[in-house]
Write a protein that binds this ligand. Sequence first.
Ligand code: 13P
Length: 261
Amino acid sequence: MERKYLIVGNWKMNKTPSQSEDLVKKIIDLKTRHGISAHVTIAICPPFTSLDRCAEWLKNTDIAIGAQNLYFEKEGAFTGEISASMLKDLRLTYVIIGHSERRAIFHETDEQIHQKVKIAQASQLIPILCVGETLDERESNRTLTVIETQISHVLEGLTNTNLVIAYEPVWAIGTGKTATPEMAQKVHQFIRELLQKQFGKGSQIIPILYGGSMKPDNAADLLTQPDIDGGLIGGASLVAESFMDIVATKGLSPLDSRKES
Ligand code: 13P
C-alpha cells in the first residue's frame, strides 16, 4: 500500500461545535474544489465536544478525524476523562498523545503517555505521539538526548507499528518560529533511526510529522525533506484556506519514490 503524506490539523481548545461544523464544511468544500494530490491524507483533530458532529460530516469523505487526548484507563470513576472506547465508538482514526502542552500544563509524564499509547493501540486508534525539546534543551545541545529519552520511555516494550510520531520543538509551537528544514530533518532522521532500532523494517511505515508554526509559505521546504512525512498544524489549521493550502503544497513526490532515491 502506498505511504502517503499525512497533514493533521490540531484545533486545540478552539471552535465551538457550531464553529467546528462551519470549518469542517469549508475544508470538505475546498478539498473538492482544489483536487488535492492523491499522495496526501488529511486528518483533523477538533475538541472532544465537536468530534461527533465533525465525524458525521466526514463520514462519506476520505478525510480522517482524531481526538487530541484520551485517558489510559478503560472506564470507571475518572470524572472528566474520556476513554479509548468512547473515541473508537465515534469512528475516529487518530488520537494525539503527549502533546507538549499536555506535558507542560497538565504535567503528563512519559509513563502516562506510554499507557495512553498502549490503550489507544489496543483500541485500534492510531496514536500521534508528540515529542520535542524546549528552547533551553536545544540551546544546551540536548535535543537528541531529550528526543531519545521521550521515545524510548514512551515506546518501551511496544511492538505495534500502528503509530505516528510528531516532532514538535516546543519553542516553535505557536511562536511563529519554525525549525529550519535542516534542523527538522536532522531530528527526523534521528527519530527514524530510533524507530528502526526498535521495530526493524516495520518502522518504515511509521509517518514522522513536523509540527511548530508550519504555514503555507514554509510547508514546501519542510515537507520535501527526506524524512518529513507530513505536518501537525496548530494555528494555520483553524482557517480552512491556510490549512488546505498546506495540504495542497506543490512538488510533493510520492513518499515511497522519495525514500528510494
Ligand atoms: P502551531 O502550528 O500553532 O505552532 O502549533 C503546532 C502544534 O502544536 C500542533 O500540535
